[in-house]
Each structure stands twice: as structure tokens, then as C-alpha cells.
Design a binder for this molecule. Structure first.
Ligand code: IPE
Ligand code: IPE
Ligand code: MG
Length: 231
């Protein structure tokens, strides 16, 4: 079975560039080119949802010039690729702290989302200024507010109710490029039973073949969800 939801921590751009004697930001430029390829491949393989970690709440600690390059790459991607995404019938979502972004990026995001609003194919989500802890705190706050407003009671909380307050659905396959073996605050709730693949390959080298290989590995795994039989 093809994983319904694939989430990717696109890591290793800076090291990829530095190893080649380039500034870190060159890795981000090359990494952005990979996004197009992986989106197309995932769509062709019949993946229902693809979530890409583009910028974490912790990445605000990066130097300003690096952040500037990342925003400009995101903007250019959304401006240039919108036609191609529409042609592939791809829906677009952005999750994270939108209000922390500059006005011009917010506008580009809004325009891109609007142009793709009618699409019915794969759901492509960029996690931008995203952190899972932030998402969970947001959910807790919203639920508490609904309780105070008398719309729900605390005892009505369940997995299904919690998921209504979250920004993304359950992850089947989580891939992290760049060699680190951690989640770095990405989709903590949704990855509770995700199959994880950590690859040494840095994001600017990760191609369609690597995605297919990861899916093959996923297909060979036995998912038991705590039971005794594969589901
Ligand atoms: C991932 O690559 C991109 C972002 C975090 C925005 P890095 O920039 O973290 O690259 P490394 O991990 O330092 O090599
Ligand atoms: C995670 O990578 C965030 C993104 C890929 C957007 P980082 O490079 O920021 O993570 P750490 O610092 O190695 O945990
Ligand atoms: Mg990194």
C-alpha cells in the first residue's frame, strides 16, 4: 500500500553546500529544486497528502540573512510553481505561525492558496514557522475556550476530538534527510505510529528514486499499532 500521508523533514541543505565549498544558502537554493521533483513524484505515485517541513519555530534562531534567503525561496516557489501545481491538481496548505511572517510572504501564500482552492488531488502542505508544541498548545487553548463558551465539556476530549483541533492528519511515513535522527518538533502527535526513515542523504540530493525506495521500505514493514498482527 502507498502511504496515505508522507511527511518529510527536508534537512541537510547547509552541510550539503558547505561540503562543496559553497555558502549554506546555496544548499537551500538546490533544496528548493528538489521540492518540485518530490511533489511531482508523490503525486504520480498516488500519495494523498505530502507535508514538507520548510521552517521550524526554532529556525527563527538562524541569522537574518539566511532567513531572508529562505523566505525569498518560498515566495519564488509559490509564485513560479502555481501553474504547474494547478496542472497537477494539487491542493495547497500552509501550517504554522502565519502572523509571524512578513506581509509580502503572507500575501503570496494567500494568493497561492486561493488559486489552488478548487483542486481535488494531492494535498501539499508546507510547515512554515511550524512547531508541534505550538500546534498542541494551540489545540489545548482552543478546546479550553470551547469549554468556557459551553460548547463542549472537558470529558468530551478524545483522540478524534483532539484531531479536529490539529493542523495535519496522521502520518504514515516520516522521512528525515541529512542524517539526524530526531523529529525536531515536527508533527509529534501525528507521528505517534509513523514509520520513520532516517537517511544520510542530504535534501539537495534526495530524488524521486530515494522517495520510491523509502516507500518500498515502508511497504516491507509490519505495522501492528500495538496489536499482534499486521494491520
Ligand atoms: C534544512 O537544512 C532547511 C532548514 C532548516 C530551513 P539545514 O539548513 O538545517 O541544513 P543543515 O542541517 O544545517 O545541514
Ligand atoms: C528541522 O531541521 C527543521 C526543518 C528541516 C525545516 P533543523 O536543522 O532546524 O533541526 P535541528 O536543529 O538539527 O534539530
Ligand atoms: Mg539542519
Amino acid at each position: 500500500m502507498i502511504p496515505k500521508h508522507i511527511a518529510i523533514v527536508m534537512d541537510g541543505n547547509g552541510r550539503w553546500a558547505q561540503r562543496r565549498g559553497h555558502p549554506r544558502v546555496f544548499g537551500h537554493v538546490r533544496g528548493t529544486a528538489r521540492v518540485k521533483m518530490i511533489v511531482r513524484e508523490a503525486q504520480m505515485l498516488g500519495v494523498e497528502a505530502l507535508t514538507l517541513y520548510a521552517f521550524s519555530t526554532e529556525n527563527w534562531r538562524r541569522p537574518e540573512h539566511e532567513r531572508r534567503v529562505l523566505w525569498s525561496l518560498l515566495k519564488k516557489f509559490l509564485q513560479r510553481e502555481i501553474g504547474e501545481l494547478a496542472r497537477q491538481n494539487i491542493r495547497l496548505r500552509i501550517i504554522g505561525e502565519r502572523d509571524r511572517l512578513d506581509d509580502d510572504i503572507r500575501e503570496v501564500i494567500q494568493r497561492a492558496e486561493q488559486s489552488l482552492a478548487g483542486m481535488t488531488g494531492m494535498e501539499l502542505t508546507f510547515a512554515v514557522s511550524y512547531g508541534a508544541r505550538l500546534e498542541l498548545m494551540h489545540a489545548a487553548r482552543s478546546f479550553a475556550e470551547a469549554c468556557i463558551a459551553g460548547q463542549v465539556t472537558p470529558s468530551s476530549m478524545s483522540v478524534a476530538v483532539m484531531e479536529q483541533y490539529l493542523w495535519a492528519r496522521e502520518v504514515d511515513l516520516l522521512i528525515r534527510t541529512g542524517g539526524e535522527k530526531r523529529l525536531s518538533n515536527f508533527l509529534l502527535w501525528q507521528s505517534a505510529y509513523a514509520e520513520c526513515i532516517f537517511t544520510e542523504c542530504c535534501w539537495p540530493d534526495f530524488g524521486p528514486r530515494d522517495l520510491r525506495q523509502a516507500i518500498d521500505e515502508f511497504q516491507g514493514r509490519e505495522r501492528r499499532f500495538g496489536g499482534l498482527d499486521a494491520c
